[in-house]
Structures are given as C-alpha cells and as structure tokens.
Design a protein around this ligand. Structure first.
Ligand code: DPX
Ligand code: MG
Length: 560
C-alpha cells in the first residue's frame, strides 16, 4: 500500500535519485519516516536548510535532478534562496516542505514557526514566484496528481518545483505510482517548425562567410551538448564558450578557441568574434556580468539566438522546437564555413610557458593555479565559487571528460561548499575539486562536516586573501575586510572523534606540493588546503572585469 510519502519517494527514485537531502523539523518528521521506507534512496542530512537546497542543486548538476526536504517556514524560507539559484541556473530541484496540519486551517489556531498570524499561505505564494510549479498537498486523494505535475514540470522546464505536504497527510494512504514515462516524456518539437526553422537558418548561414558559434550556459539544460558539436563539425568554424558554459563544449575539439568574455576573453577570442560576420548564440545568457558591464553584447542582424525552445534571427521567431532537434537537423543542411578557423590560426597567440616558483618563495596565485592544473583529469569536476575563483577556474584547461560547474547567474557566495557536497554524493566516481574564497566559505562552512560524515574525498582549495577581493575591485570599503579564521584548523573541529577530514595551511609552493600529495592520498574524507595569498594577489581578468562592471553599476539614473 502506498502513502503520500512513499508515493513521492517512489517518484523521486524513478527519476534517478539515489539520495535526497534533508533537515528535520516537526512539520516533516512523518514525511521523513515515509521517505526512509524507500530502500533505493538514502536520506542525507545537511547542517541547515540553505545548504540543504544548495546540496540538492549540486546533486542536480551531477544527476539531472535533486530533492531537498525541509520543515515549514523557518526551514523552507532559507531553502528558497537556493531554489531561486536553481531557477536561475536551470536545475530541476524539488523542494519538499512539511506544512501545517489540515485541521489548523481557517481556524483561530496560531502555529509555531509562522508569523504569528493566521496566514499560512505565504510560503506557497513565495514558492510560486521562485519555481516553475508549486503545489500544496492537503488531500491524499489529490496528492499523486499534484506530485506528478510538480516533478513533470520541473523536469521539462529544467527549473525547480515546490511540493508542500501537510504533516497529517504524509502517511495517509494514496494510489500507487504509474509508469515513469508519464513524467519524463517531453512534448516533441513541431516537425513543420523544425523544417521551416532549419531551412531559414541554413539560408541565413549560406549568406555568411565567417560565422562563429557561441555556446552559452543554457545548452546543458536544453540537452543539446552533443548536437552543438554536430553543428560545429558541419560548419568547421570557430567555437567560443561563454564563461558560465565552460565545459559544455569539449575544449579538446579542434575548433574550440576559448572563452568569450569581452575584454577578458581567452587571447585571440574576442578578436575572432569581432571579426566574424555572424554569431550563432546557442543557449546564451547575456547579463551584466557575462557582457562585462554591457561592453560585450552581440547584437545586430548577424546574430542568431538559438534557445532551449525557440530560435530567433533576421525576422524569424520559431517556438515549440527543441534546440537539439534544430541543431542536429541544421548540421545536416549547412555547408562548411571555416573562415574564422583559418583566421584564428593566424592570430592565435602562443601560450607563454609557465615556470614553477622557487619552492620556498611566498605562495602566489599564479603558482597555486599552476599546481592545480595537472589535477584536472577526465574524471575531475571543478567547482568554482563566485569570486576570483571564477577566473582561476576559467584558466584551467579541461581534458575530454572533465566537467566544470559555476553558479554565475545567481552568484550566491558560499554556494560551492554544499554544491560540492551534493555533487560528490551524486557522482562518486568523479574527483571533485572546489575553488573557494575565504569570504564565501564563511557562509556555508558547516557543510564540510557533512562531507566528513559521508567520507567524501572532495579537495577544497581555499584562497585566503583576507577579504572580498572581487568586491575590492568593484567598489572598495571597510566592508570588504573579512575576519580571519583558522580555516585549516576548522577541519580538526569538524572531525571531532570520528572524522577523517584533513586541513592544511600552505604559505609557499613547496608546501602546496606536499599538501596536494596528502590530499590525493586522503580517500576517507575531504581535504581543505588553505592557500595563504596577499589581499591584492588576484587575476588581471578580475581587475579589468571589476572595473567595467563597476562602471555599469555606477551609471547615473536617467530621468523618465
Ligand atoms: C561578495 C563577494 O573571499 O572571494 O576571491 O576574495 O573575492 P574573493 P571571497 O570568497 O569573497 C567573495 C566576495 C561579497 N559578493 O568578494 S563575490 C556579494 C554577495 C554575494 N552573495 C551573497 N552575499 C553577498 N555574491 C549571498
Ligand atoms: Mg577573499
């Protein structure tokens, strides 16, 4: 016999989840018991609900979907920040919250964990704004349909969903789940639209001599990574990726030229994009950060915008079309257009060779990145936090198979600690390397304790530059100083009696070599390497980017 809770568990397991993340509270305890009865899914605990949401978000990056279970209001409102992140980053994270007993609705009862008013609906109202589907389950009879609707919508739209379950309904009997195909089968592209869009796009490209492909962060959500390679192969042109899409196009592909990020692009890439006569933007997202304060925004008649479900260019706007169908069909229709590759081969600058620093010289950022580089193999996932870690991460070359994760649209500092935890659980065969700044780490540090609990060998490079350096470059003031912590020592505290985390502080390149060796040998828990850097030892990219973003932020108000 199924209950609302076991129904939900079965659906989550059917969509491929082997874990769900949880923080207990009295509104969700019965639900947690029900979820525990499903033996194909483990319940994993987080230190707080913000981390719980981000852990599920990281898990979704590894596994395609994730789930977080929290208590009403005090829990859910914290988790909703991470759910906003999942929305911005196109990840189907299911937020499940216990909610008040149905007998307490519309009565004079006041409840704990609420505003102390009779309004218990605010959580659902907020969730509606931050998800693609939000349901409140107060009847076991309606539960299967509501759960299916929320999960189906999240998977289809690659956005988070919210399911509230009244605490006295979680164990109530309900119908059994049907076949999972009802939740995961998408509406197909409209075939006539595909034909029309491909014909028009092929004509558009036929009229161009020097196109480039620009890969954006929504490509993965659209499930079109393979098809983007097909189109690249067919056109033979240069392919650049936007920073937030690093890793979504194979960097070892012969047409891969690097990151397009305006003035801080990989050398030669901005020149080739500017020289092109057409830019096919695939899953691209242009915001103030990705356009470097609106200084690098492709526009004009040569721009084709191909998104998850729509294609738009030169007087055309096609919808009800999957990006992958479009790209794949277009690849079969276009002719070679390799002028940008020929030109790129001419202008491509030589990479200056890197030299190791003297082993006892003070550790500098450049030496740190040089030593991280060889750790990135086909089985590595690099998770780069908001801050100079973005720029350090972008500088790492990804061999085929390596993955790269950033949260550039939401940009919540501290995201990477729980996201690495969730990712590592979801992808146990991959080596997770997290690059994190000191300021960001302080928001979510507790989740390292959960990595220790789960014995996950995540390697964390913590850049201790004593402050919010990225903010220093954008707009400095006393608020950018961060109270120093003994970050390496913190791991000892988290270990308590039974943990195997390792915390190491390094001040020179020689010490870093030793620490990395120790990290690679520690299979029973995370290793945090605290890299002591000068406050102003940051990438030149950060300085240029910070200046232009600050200029954009500082524009005077225009009168209406
Ligand atoms: C803030 C940012 O130390 O990294 O490399 O030193 O900059 P760097 P740190 O982790 O500092 C991060 C800091 C304060 N951003 O420079 S990027 C504003 C911000 C944010 N998210 C939240 N609060 C504030 N992005 C939740
Ligand atoms: Mg810092």
């Amino acid at each position: 016999m199924h209950t609302v809770g076991t129904y939900l568990a079965e659906r989550l397991s059917q969509i491929g989840l082997e874990h769900h993340f949880a923080v207990a509270g009295d509104y969700n305890l019965v639900l947690l018991d029900q979820l525990l009865t499903n033996k194909s899914m483990l319940q994993v605990y987080c230190s707080n609900e913000l981390n719980c949401g981000f852990s599920a978000e990281g898990y979704a990056r590894a596994r395609g979907a994730g789930a977080a279970v929290v208590t009403f209001s005090v829990g859910a409102l914290s988790a909703l920040n991470a759910i906003g992140g999942a929305y911005a980053e196109n990840l189907p994270v299911i937020l499940i919250s216990g909610t008040p007993n149905t007998n307490d609705r519309s009565t004079e009862h006041l409840l704990h964990h609420t505003l102390g008013t009779h309004d218990f609906l605010y959580q659902l109202e907020i969730a509606k704004r931050l998800t693609c589907a939000a349901v409140s389950i107060t009847s076991a009879f309606d539960a299967p349909g509501q759960i299916d609707y929320a999960i189906r919508t999240a998977l289809r739209e690659k956005k988070p969903a919210y399911i509230g379950i009244a605490c006295n309904i979680a164990a109530a009997p309900c119908a059994a789940p049907g076949p999972i195909s009802a939740l995961i089968n998408e509406n197909p592209s409209d075939p006539e639209t595909v034909t029309a869009a491909v014909t028009a796009a092929a004509e558009f490209l036929q009229g161009k001599k020097k196109p480039v492909l620009l890969i954006g962060s929504k490509l993965r959500a659209a499930g079109a990574e393979k098809e983007a390679v097909e189109l690249a192969n067919a056109l033979g042109c240069s392919v650049a990726v936007m920073a937030a899409a690093k890793g979504f196009f194979p960097e070892e592909h012969p047409q891969y030229v690097g990151t397009y990020w305006g003035g801080i692009s990989t050398p030669g890439v901005q020149a080739i994009v500017d020289w092109s006569d057409s830019i096919v933007c695939i899953g691209a997202l242009f915001n103030d950060y990705s356009t470097v304060g609106w200084t690098a925004m492709p526009h004009g008649p040569g721009v084709m915008v191909a998104n998850q479900n729509s294609i738009c260019f030169e007087g055309h706007d096609f919808s009800q079309i999957h990006l992958r169908d479009f790209l794949s069909a277009l690849a079969k229709k276009v002719e070679k257009r390799n002028a940008t590759m020929i030109e790129y081969a001419r202008i491509r600058p030589e990479q200056p060779p890197e030299h190791p620093a003297a082993p006892d010289a003070k550790l500098m950022r450049v030496e740190m990145v040089r030593q991280i580089r060889p750790l990135v193999t086909a089985a590595t996932t690099v998770i780069a936090e908001t801050g100079d870690s973005w720029f350090n991460g972008i500088a790492l070359a990804l061999p085929d198979g390596a993955r790269f994760e950033v949260e550039m649209q939401w940009g919540h500092i501290g995201w990477s600690v729980p996201a690495s935890f969730g990712y590592a659980l979801g992808a146990p065969d991959r080596r997770v390397i997290a690059l994190i700044g000191d300021g960001a780490f302080q928001l979510t540090a507790q989740e390292v304790a959960q990595m220790i609990r789960q014995k996950l060998p995540v390697i964390i490079f913590l850049m201790n530059n004593h402050g919010y350096t990225i903010e220093v470059e954008i707009h400095d003031g006393p608020y950018n100083d961060v109270k120093n912590w003994d970050y390496a020592g913190l791991i000892h505290a988290f270990n308590a009696d039974d943990g195997h985390g390792l915390g190491l502080r390094v001040k020179s390149g020689g010490e870093l070599v030793v620490a990395i060796k120790a990290a690679l040998a520690n299979h029973k828990g995370p290793t945090l390497i605290e890299c002591m850097l000068d406050r102003d030892d940051c990438t030149s990219e950060l300085i240029s980017w910070g200046r232009l973003v600050a200029t954009a932020n500082g524009r005077a108000a225009t009168s209406a």
